[in-house]
Design a protein around this ligand. Structure first.
Ligand SMILES: Nc1ncnc2c1ncn2[C@@H]1O[C@H](COP(=O)(O)OP(=O)(O)OP(=O)(O)O)[C@@H](O)[C@H]1O
Ligand SMILES: [Mg+2]
Length: 318
């Protein structure tokens, strides 16, 4: 299998005046991979996507996307990639059907295939019954669904999705997650996914990159990041139904414990500790108060745990 990277950047940098939006990014993304791109507002995610698409030129450094230089081969690149931008622009004066079929023509899709492909996408994105209405009358989520359909219309090898599920309802969000998983898993497509949704990143991404003020501060599988970057511990504990409320109260008072959640109708509580060393203290407190402790089980850390730990570490440096 060809393992040459689909995206490779070296020292990729973009400044806007005094702001370094993307700061010496060295990144390789491989075929069939879903790469999550995480970072706070203004950390440089959208700027990176725009650099990789040739919409912006770098201040320094280079990028190769599908082996092409985005600054000189932007047009060819855009034929082979799909992009869902942060604020998708669909033509409001046209219908959903027209929006998609015009793009299909732009992509030189054979005329006899256009109707079929457009119809298929309108059904998949639950727009079939509104296909002939003007987009200006669509809801925000409907426009987002149309923009997503347009991004995958020509079955691109590489798909850039800048916060694809922002503004979508839970059912559509799940549909989009399945779509991303199928694009990569069944069809070998590469997906570059900017998201603020850590749960989404954990579930979908093979690897994640974390940006802080334009710099990549972490890169790896969610599990690798958890092992290397997090000193804490996620726990599940079991008490009795009668004591579960008191348990939650005590845990809330414990410094270094967060994400305390009670399972529905069960005497089970999950929580996250910032340090493993807090376990004896936690057990002592519960036992001292007369709370029966039947089970204490470690859980896999989440990407959220890692992200917060990383963010706190970076903030401490400032
Ligand atoms: N065209 C521009 N002109 C001036 N500054 C810009 C421009 N585009 C981006 N920036 C600045 O670059 C930095 C990175 O912005 P960018 O949009 O890439 O962040 P982001 O990670 O996508 O944030 P968000 O999560 O809010 O979408 C910000 O400080 C932003 O103000
Ligand atoms: Mg952005």
């Amino acid at each position: 299998m060809d393992k040459s990277p689909v995206i490779a950047t070296q020292g990729l940098t973009r400044q806007f005046g005094d702001i370094t939006a993307v700061d010496h990014l060295d990144l390789e993304v491989y075929p069939g991979e879903v790469l999550g791109f995480l970072g706070h507002n203004g950390s440089g995610k959208t700027t990176t996507v725009r650099l990789l698409n040739g919409v912006l030129t770098p201040t320094a450094g280079t990028a190769a996307v599908l082996g092409l230089d985005p600054t000189t081969a932007g047009a060819e690149l855009r034929r082979r990639t799909g992009v869902l931008t942060e604020t998708p622009s669909v033509d409001e004066r046209l219908t959903a059907y027209e929006n998609l079929s015009i793009y299909a023509e732009l992509y030189s899709m054979p005329k006899d295939q256009i109707d079929h492909r457009v119809g298929e996408l309108l059904t998949q994105f639950q727009l079939a019954d509104r296909a002939d209405d003007r987009v200006s009358g669509y809801s925000k989520g409907m426009k987002q669904r149309l923009a997503l359909a347009r991004a995958i219309l020509h079955s691109p090898e590489l798909l850039f999705l800048d916060e694809p599920t922002s503004g979508l309802d839970p059912v559509t969000t799940r549909m989009v997650h399945t779509l991303i998983r199928d694009l990569s898993g069944k069809n070998g497509r590469t997906v570059f996914l900017c998201t603020h949704n850590l749960d989404e990143a954990q579930r979908l991404c093979d690897r994640v990159a974390v940006l802080e003020f334009g710099r990549m501060v972490a890169l790896g599988t969610p599990n690798e990041l958890a092992r290397n970057l997090w000193q804490g511990l996620r726990l599940e504990l079991e008490t009795s139904l009668e004591h579960v409320n008191a348990t939650v109260k005590i845990l809330r008072e414990l410094t270094g414990a967060r994400d305390i959640a009670q399972a529905e109708a069960q005497p089970v509580v999950t929580l996250s500790l910032s340090k493993r060393d807090l376990v004896p203290q936690l057990v002592n407190k519960l036992v001292e108060t007369g709370i029966p402790l039947y089970r204490l089980t470690p859980q896999e850390p989440t990407l959220e745990d890692v992200y917060f730990a990383l963010h706190e570490k970076e903030e401490a440096k400032v």
